[in-house]
Design a protein around this ligand. Structure first.
Ligand code: PSZ
Length: 500
C-alpha cells in the first residue's frame, strides 16, 4: 500500500487560524513544489475498476439517472494531488483530471487554506446575481484572478458558468458587434425592435459563425451549432446550417512533412475563404470564426502558427471576429498560459473563451465587442465568485512555483517518452504529438485504443480518449517527471502485452 494518504481532514486539523502552516513535500513524494499535498508513491489497485462498491452505487444511481457515462465512483476526500482515489480503495495516477479541469491537483493545501480564511466566508456561501448585485470585492477579484492572466491585448472580461455557456455568449457578442457595424453606429430601427421579439428578420437577422470539421465547442444549442464531432452530440436537434471548413490534418513527424503540411494548411485556409464567400451569397453572412487551438474532442488535431495567422488575416480582411476557444487548452497546459500565445499573432484574437482549469467559465474580449446596453450578455449568476477565490490561488501558485516552466519540462519529458515507445512499437503506435503536457498518441484502431485505456485503468492509470484512435493526456499543472516515469512503466507493459 502506498504512503499514508494525505486527506482533507488531516489538512483541516493541522491548519491553525493563527498561522496557516505551509505543507512541505515528504521526501518520498513525486513532487518538486513546496506547497503540494503529500501524494502516494504510485498507483495501487486492489479490485477491478469499477470495483464492488462502485458497482453497487451505480445500481442505486441508475434508478434515477442515465448512468451510461459513469466509469467509477470517486472518493474525493482521499484523492490527493495527481492521484484519484476510488470508493473501493484503489489509487490511480490521474492523467485525465475530470476531462482536463483540475489545475493543481485534488485537495490542494492552498485551496483548503482559502476555504478557511474568514475573509472568504461570505463569498463561499452566498451566490449572487453578479450583474445586478455584485459584492464590493468583485472588481478586485476579477482583476486579481482573471485580468492578471488575460491574454495580451484583451482587457475586458465576462464570467459565465461553464464552457458551452461562455462560447454561446461570446457568439452573441460577435453578432451584436456585427450588427452594430452594419447599422453604422445608428440605433436599431423600431421594426428591428418589434420583429426580434417575434423571432423574425430584420431584428433576428440571418447570420452565421464559421467553425471547423471535428471541432467541439459545447452542447448548448449555439455551441452545438459549431460542434462537428460525434452524432451523439447532435442527433435530433434542429441546428442552423452554418459554414464549416476543414481543419488541417497534419502528417507526422512534422519535420519530415513540412511541404505537405504547408499545402494542407493553405488548402484549409482557402476553404475558409470559399465558405465565407458562399454564405455571403446565401444571404447568411459570417459574423465570426471560432477555432480551438488544438482540436481536442475531435482527436488532438494540431495546426501550425502559420494556419492561425492566416485565419486571423482572413477574419481581418472580412472585418469579422476571430474567437479562440481555450476552454480546454487554456490555463497553462501547453506551457504558456494561453495556447494561442504560441502563434505569434500580429494582434490579439477578438475573443478568448475559457473554463475547465480556470474553474469559472467566461471570455476575454476586445473593446469593440463590449455590448453597449445592459442585459444583452446576461443571466442570473453569470459565474460564481467562489470559483474566483480558488482561481486566484491557482494563478498565484502558477506564478510562485513557475508551473508553466514545469509543464514545459514535464511535457517534453513525456513527449520524448512517447516518441521512444512509438519507435519501439511502430506497428501499434503512431503520431505522438503535443505541446507542454497537452500530449496524445494514436493506435491503429479504436478497439485497441479502448482496450489500452481499460488495461491502464486496471493498473492504476486514468487516461482519456479523443477522436477515433487517440489517447490524450490532460494532467494537472503539477505533474512531474516522476509521474511520467510511473505512467511509462505501466504503459510499456500494457503496450508490450498487446504485441504478444
Ligand atoms: O462530452 C462532452 O460534453 C465533453 S467532453 C470534453 C468536453 C466536453 N469539453 C468541453 C469543451 C471544450 O473542450 C471546448 C474546446 N469548448 C467548449 C467546451 C464546453 O465546455 P463545457 O463542457 O464546460 O460546457
Amino acid at each position: 500500500m502506498a504512503a499514508t494518504l494525505w486527506s482533507v481532514k488531516s489538512c483541516l486539523s493541522t491548519i491553525t487560524r493563527a498561522g496557516l502552516r505551509r505543507y512541505t513535500t515528504p521526501a518520498a513524494a513525486n513532487t518538486v513544489s513546496k506547497s503540494e499535498p503529500q501524494e502516494p508513491n504510485g498507483p495501487s489497485v486492489h479490485t477491478e475498476i469499477p470495483g464492488p462498491k462502485s458497482q453497487a452505487l451505480l445500481k442505486d444511481l441508475d434508478a434515477i439517472q442515465n448512468t451510461g457515462a459513469v466509469q467509477f465512483f470517486v472518493d474525493y476526500e482521499r484523492s490527493s494531488g495527481n492521484y484519484l482515489a476510488d470508493v473501493d480503495g484503489n489509487l490511480m495516477l490521474d492523467l485525465f483530471t475530470q476531462i482536463s479541469s483540475v489545475p493543481i491537483g485534488y485537495n490542494h493545501p492552498r485551496f483548503l487554506q482559502a476555504l478557511l480564511k474568514d475573509e472568504n466566508r461570505a463569498t463561499l456561501i452566498n451566490r449572487p446575481a453578479l450583474s445586478v448585485y455584485p459584492p464590493s470585492d468583485w472588481g478586485s477579484r476579477l482583476k486579481n484572478a482573471l485580468l492578471s492572466v488575460a491574454p495580451p491585448g484583451l482587457n475586458q472580461v465576462q464570467t459565465m458558468a461553464c464552457g458551452a455557456c461562455s462560447v454561446e455568449h461570446s457568439q452573441k457578442a460577435m453578432f451584436i458587434a456585427y450588427q452594430r457595424r452594419q447599422r453604422g453606429g445608428q440605433p436599431p430601427s423600431p421594426e428591428e425592435l418589434k420583429s426580434c421579439v417575434e423571432g423574425r428578420a430584420p431584428g433576428c437577422p440571418n447570420l452565421s459563425i464559421l467553425a471547423f470539421r471535428n471541432a467541439f465547442h459545447g452542447r448548448t444549442m449555439g455551441a452545438l451549432a459549431v460542434t462537428y464531432t460525434k452524432w451523439s452530440h447532435k442527433l435530433d436537434f434542429p441546428l442552423p446550417d452554418w459554414p464549416c471548413a476543414s481543419f488541417p490534418a497534419l502528417q507526422y513527424p512534422l519535420d519530415q512533412f513540412e511541404r505537405e503540411n504547408r499545402a494542407e494548411e493553405d488548402r484549409c485556409l482557402d476553404e475558409v475563404r470559399e465558405q465565407i464567400h458562399a454564405w455571403e451569397k446565401k444571404d447568411c453572412p459570417v459574423a465570426g470564426i471560432i477555432v480551438e487551438p488544438i482540436q481536442s474532442e475531435g482527436g488532438d488535431n494540431h495546426a501550425t502558427p502559420y494556419f492561425f495567422q492566416g485565419l486571423q488575416d482572413i477574419a481581418k480582411d472580412h472585418e469579422i471576429a476571430m474567437m479562440v476557444d481555450e476552454v480546454q487548452t487554456g490555463c497553462g497546459a501547453t506551457g504558456k498560459f494561453w495556447a494561442h500565445e504560441h502563434w505569434d499573432l500580429k494582434d490579439a484574437p477578438d475573443i478568448v473563451c475559457f473554463s475547465k482549469k480556470m474553474l469559472t467559465g467566461g471570455f476575454f474580449y476586445k473593446d469593440h465587442l463590449r455590448p453597449q446596453e445592459a442585459y444583452r450578455i446576461f443571466n442570473t449568476w453569470v459565474g460564481d465568485p467562489s470559483k474566483l477565490v480558488f482561481l486566484e490561488e491557482v494563478v498565484n501558485l502558477i506564478k510562485e512555483e513557475g508551473l508553466l516552466g514545469r509543464v514545459e519540462d514535464t511535457g517534453s519529458y513525456l513527449l520524448n517518452g512517447l516518441y521512444d515507445i512509438q519507435n519501439k512499437y511502430p506497428g501499434i503506435l503512431s503520431r505522438a504529438r503535443g505541446v507542454g503536457t497537452y500530449c496524445s498518441i494514436d493506435f491503429n484502431d479504436s478497439d485497441t485504443r479502448d482496450k489500452v485505456i481499460d488495461d491502464l485503468r486496471q493498473k492504476g492509470i486514468n487516461l482519456g480518449s479523443c477522436g477515433n484512435n487517440s489517447i490524450r493526456f490532460r494532467p494537472t499543472l503539477t505533474l512531474s517527471r516522476n509521474h511520467v516515469d510511473v505512467f511509462m512503466d505501466v504503459f510499456s507493459s500494457v503496450v508490450g502485452g498487446l504485441k504478444s
